[in-house]
Design a protein around this ligand. Structure first.
Ligand SMILES: Nc1nc2c(ncn2[C@@H]2O[C@H](COP(=O)(O)OP(=O)(O)OP(=O)(O)O)[C@@H](O)[C@H]2O)c(=O)[nH]1
Ligand SMILES: [Mg+2]
Length: 570
């Protein structure tokens, strides 16, 4: 709103304005100097008031724009790639914050590597040792994750006989320090600030000689609320909420824990990333990059144990007998957190800094110049199981069309005993990105080895698309882990051995991907309460940053356009 004040006309100016309003606002012809001064003061005051009103209106407009919030829920079974997709959103929208957290992810990457080593040692243990130790644990499957492969007859492979690894004892001795380290790392993740009173994670009694780790921890004490929302149960076919000594931590407990899949879980309420990023604050910051460095000078830093054990780890992973034994047991570690095994030397280097796919690192340290070459996205591949619900907010600032729109994205835990936390978010969600890892057709659930992972995904998909509360919600389906699917099919694993309905169709990636696209598409068509809802399906490998960013930009625009139009916000 611009001020209507008019400039003082020159006394010679005739009153010939055709605009009656302008004419009315002109000062009287016989104005005295005192009257003129008074009039100018009044005009000045009016101008100031007008400017204030303009500012208030602009602020109000900004506030309204801020209120354009689009809420997106990431759904899918455990290890489907939800948190990885969230990381990609962060990398795309808030890259600086994502970079800043890399140092904290170093601890998770270390745990992932150490656990892979432990699983190899468990797998190659001579049968008599393992047989004895198996008697001592209640739940052997609890040490396994999604890399358990089921055999063609549908039963989990747990062949105990097979190739003998002669160097087993030597490996075990050389790698023993990693066990202590594992506990230390979990401790650091669960209580990054070192406050004993916060330590409510009960770590297992490790029995290295028996190669068995019977975990105990507090049973979930509460499933009451997340972000103030009550957590009513939803009926997901086949879902069962298990409670007991092997249950993951309650979503409300602010700790890291060993979850039912024998995995590390960090509750979403724990601020571990911030705490671990600042933990080494006593270390100097690099004058060049402004980032922390110097942790390797701290003799208690976990990197030193890893660095010392690196040669033994590499030998173990490269040992043909070990590989043979793993193949016999159909244990494909590369499908879970095992991909760090190919990177042992780089990851255990004293000055290792996790890459995030965006930068080549160049850190100048006095006379030393270190180049950390982009080597795939370490942070994207780090596995940390989600418990509870994580909310992330982004504001789109670049695209003028969507400027000011707030994007809230919720990442949930996907294992069966986490799914009861989803329903409270169904009320006001605008879109769902559902992830189904289609490479998992020959795997079983970590939390229930009797259930095929793909069957579970299909059941979960059906329950989501048929949910009446979600009838008007946009649904985007990511058929994920296509890179692993391709590799699996190329290695000769046949889909028809695990899904008889596939019959004798070609076992190549294109045919299989098309088959899954149809299968999920038909379920949506048949069970959606909203027959006009359009389904968007993407074949994804969400650890691939370049391709995923193209997909999520596309998905983001579809969701925003659809939702803003339907809510008359555009
Ligand atoms: N190779 C490959 N790995 C993937 C892909 N998507 C996810 N992963 C990896 O799979 C593991 C599990 O992914 P997450 O994103 O943690 O799975 P999630 O769905 O959040 O699992 P929960 O938190 O247990 O519900 C991580 O180590 C990821 O790096 C993919 O497309 N390809
Ligand atoms: Mg997760």
């Amino acid at each position: 709103m611009a001020s209507n004040t008019l400039q003082q006309p020159t006394s010679s100016r005739p009153r010939t304005l055709s605009d009656p309003l302008a004419a009315a606002l002109l000062p009287p012809a016989n104005e005295t100097p005192a009257q003129r001064e008074q009039r100018l003061r009044a005009e000045e005051e009016a101008k100031r008031r007008s400017e204030n009103i303009d500012k208030m209106l602009r602020d109000d407009e900004k506030g309204k724009r801020r209120k354009k919030t689009v809420k997106v829920l990431l759904l899918g079974q455990s290890e489907s790639g939800k948190s990885t997709t969230l990381k990609q959103f962060q990398l795309l929208h808030t890259p600086a914050a994502f970079h800043a957290e890399r140092i904290a992810w170093r601890f998770v990457i270390y745990v992932n590597l150490v656990r892979s080593i432990r699983r190899i040692l468990e797998a190659i243990a001579p049968d008599d040792t393992l047989n004895n130790s198996l008697d001592e644990i209640d739940d052997f499957e609890s040490t396994e994750t999604a890399s358990i492969i089921i055999t063609a007859n549908g039963r989990p492979s747990s062949s105990l006989s097979g190739t003998f690894v002669p160097a087993y004892d030597t490996y075990r001795k050389r790698l023993a320090p990693l066990l202590d380290l594992e506990q230390r790392l979990i401790q650091q993740l669960s209580d990054p600030e070192g406050n004993d009173e916060h330590e409510v994670t009960h770590l297992p009694t490790q029995n290295w000689d028996a190669h068995v780790h019977a975990y105990s921890m507090h049973a979930a004490t509460s499933t009451a609320s997340f972000n103030g929302r009550p957590a009513p149960r939803i009926m997901i076919p086949g879902a069962s909420v298990s409670a007991g000594p092997l249950s993951p931590a309650s979503p409300t407990s602010p700790v890291a824990s060993l979850s039912g899949g024998g995995e590390i879980a960090v509750s979403t309420t724990s601020n571990w990333k911030k705490a671990l990023s600042l933990r080494r604050i006593q270390s100097p910051k690099s004058a060049h990059s402004g980032e922390l460095h110097g942790w390797w000078e701290d003799p208690s830093d976990p990197v030193h144990v890893l660095n010392r054990c690196a040669p033994a780890m590499s030998e173990l992973w490269r040992d043909p007998k070990v590989r043979q034994r793993l193949a016999e047991k159909r244990l494909r570690l590369e499908e879970s957190s095992g991909f760090y095994l190919d990177e042992i030397e780089r990851i255990t280097a004293k000055m290792y800094f996790p890459t995030d796919g965006e930068w080549a690192r160049c850190v100048v340290l006095s006379t030393t110049v270190l180049i950390f070459i982009i080597h795939e996205d370490d942070v994207l591949k780090a596995r940390l199981k989600t418990t509870g619900v994580m909310e992330h907010t982004f504001s789109l600032t670049k695209s003028s069309e969507f400027r000011g729109v707030e994007w809230k994205i919720y990442d949930v835990g996907g294992s069966r005993n986490q799914r009861q936390a989803w329903a409270p978010y169904f009320d006001d969600v605008n879109a769902i990105i559902f992830l189904a890892p289609i490479s998992a057709f020959d795997q079983v659930l970590a939390e229930d080895p009797g259930v095929n992972r793909l069957e579970d995904s299909l059941m979960l998909w059906r329950s989501v698309v048929s949910n009446k509360l979600l009838a008007d919600v946009n649904i985007i389906l990511f058929l994920n882990k296509c890179d692993l699917l391709k590799a699996k099919l190329e290695s000769g694993v046949r889909l028809s051995h695990h899904m008889t309905s596939y019959a004798n169709r070609p076992n190549d990636y294109e045919s299989v991907a098309k088959y899954f696209r149809n299968k999920f598409g038909i379920l949506h068509q048949s069970f959606s309460p909203n027959k006009s809802r359009e389904l968007f399906i993407h074949l994804t490998s969400v650890t691939d940053t370049r391709k995923t960013h193209t997909i999520i930009t596309n998905v983001r625009d579809i969701i925003l356009t659809g939702n803003l139009k339907s809510s008359s916000l555009m």
